[in-house]
Design a protein around this ligand. Sequence first.
Ligand code: ASP
Length: 327
Amino acid sequence: MKLFNAVLGATALAAVSLASVQVYAQGYPERQITMVVPFAAGGPTDTVARLVAESMSKDLGQQIVVENVGGAGGSLGAGRVAAAEADGYTVLLHHIGMATSATLYRKLAYDTLNAFEYVGLVTDVPMTIVARKDMEANDLKGLVDYAKANADKVTVANAGIGAASHLCGMLFMSAIQTPLVTVPYKGTGPAMTDLLGGQVDIMCDQTTNTTKQIQGGTIKAYAVTSPERLEIFKDLPTVKEAGLESMTVGIWHGIYTPKGTPAEINERLSKSLQGALKDPNITARFAELGTKPSPETDATPAALKAKLESEITRWKPIIEAAGQYAD
Ligand code: ASP
């Protein structure tokens, strides 16, 4: 009898909590949502997040406020969201670094595949190899020769181990078989300031951060990491054309919630994301920045989960071969 009551009690409790989750999800969102960007303000991830947050806010009828939590190549911000309340009011917009950090860090504050729920993919942004305006080299071959000849003093900016700029820099150094001096920042927004000022020599960063400066001639650009040339930079060769095919990479971005966030909430956010990705303002801004929204079918929890899993598997051996780890 005691056991029967206990079972009955547990079942009733489960029914009550399921009901409260459903009611909860129905009224969602009832207040402001925080979108954590794991890099500094003004950088490429921040740019994508602010555009998407603005459009999703209109659809959700509540403000999505971006909070920049930069540091440790994105893993500080990701850790913040992993530890947040699973109530749909804290979300994370992160990029490929979510997958590479899983191998790069010997210890992370969270278990990448078990600490999050999924909302959907946002965009896949090409990288550009760029340098300070007065860099001696005028093409990628010249830049490689210069880097090899000055390896002990050529500096490469990145947003910390696990950032896309770190991955791209690592691919560059592996491709030219020359280690260079890396300089970490909390995001490539502040790194760009130093590149413009000539305090750092080279950076590999998303077009969402470099387009304006390349077009304005305030930095030099050498190649794009997309498989095809970009509409906005017709004259810029792909890394494959310029002889560094192993640097071909796209920086995919996704939105996550903390583990345990109700499926209805993730679905609601996913629907809102799908709407945002069709917003003409976003399509136009993304095009100006050399990227485009992910297809609607990829802006789903299942697509992002599959992408994260396959990307962890894809990058693991490459990172292990490069032998770069962080504690
Ligand atoms: N996305 C950049 C990177 O990973 C960092 C940033 O957004 O500031 O290097």
